[in-house]
Write a protein that binds this ligand. Structure first.
Ligand code: GDP
Ligand code: MG
Length: 200
């Protein structure tokens, strides 16, 4: 995210360089670019507004330190504010429960849920030495279940089969029951995310 944004900003940042101070005027185009990039990344409008105004507040009037160009100074501010938005501390996933710990992957369609299930599963298996089972409760998108099956094979984690005619709740229950029976540490449930179907 940050690298993308930096690339994107580099063009407008050139306009800032060569001046000793960040002003309302010389950061205007770059701020606009930040705003557009965040909106295109599907960040909610109030969050974007708040973010842009905080960047602006920190930037305007700032004396640029001698070791940095104004463009670099601006990037530094964007980075600091982005880190604050993303959360400035990293909390471990809390798996301290009666096994299996159940992780439900939620989010908008296309947000990267299935991909994240694969990444998370691989990390828990390899780095945390957990026995991981994944299951797909996405019965809405064709081939969603197959996508997770292929992915789980690629990353070497166990896959619990499901079919599109099942109810998501039943799929999740069956996977958790299987996870309990077979002593899995974690069951990750992939979902269709937000949907409006009546199949509950
Ligand atoms: N560049 C990039 N693409 C991603 C990332 N995560 C997922 N994708 C892609 O985004 C698309 C949707 O991802 P998917 O995991 O199927 O989303 P889901 O609908 O929420 O399950 C796929 O083409 C993924 O390859 C990521 O971190 N970076
Ligand atoms: Mg998916």
């Amino acid at each position: 995210m940050f690298e993308n944004l930096t690339d994107r900003l580099s063009r407008t940042l050139k306009n800032i360089s060569g001046r000793g101070r960040l002003t309302d005027d010389n950061i205007k185009d770059t701020l606009r670019e930040v705003r557009m990039a965040l909106l295109e990344a599907d960040v909610a409008l109030p969050v974007v507004r708040d973010f842009v105004s905080r960047v602006k507040e920190s930037a305007v009037g700032l004396e640029v330190s001698k070791s940095l160009t104004p463009g670099q100074e601006f990037i530094k501010i964007v980075r600091t504010e982005l880190e604050a938005v993303m959360g400035d501390s990293n909390t471990e996933l809390d798996l301290a429960t009666q096994p299996p710990a159940v992780v439900l992957m939620a989010g908008l369609q296309g947000a990267g849920k299935t991909t994240s299930v694969g990444k998370l599963g691989k990390m828990l298996k390899e780095r945390h030495k957990k026995k991981v089972l994944v299951v797909s409760a996405d019965v809405y998108r064709p081939a969603a279940i197959k996508q997770l099956e292929t992915l789980s094979q690629d990353v070497g984690i166990d896959f619990f089969p499901s079919t599109p005619d099942q109810k998501p709740v039943d799929i999740a229950k069956a996977a958790v029951a299987h996870g309990k029976l077979k002593f899995y540490d974690v069951v990750i449930v992939d979902t269709a995310g937000a949907c409006t179907s009546t199949k509950r």
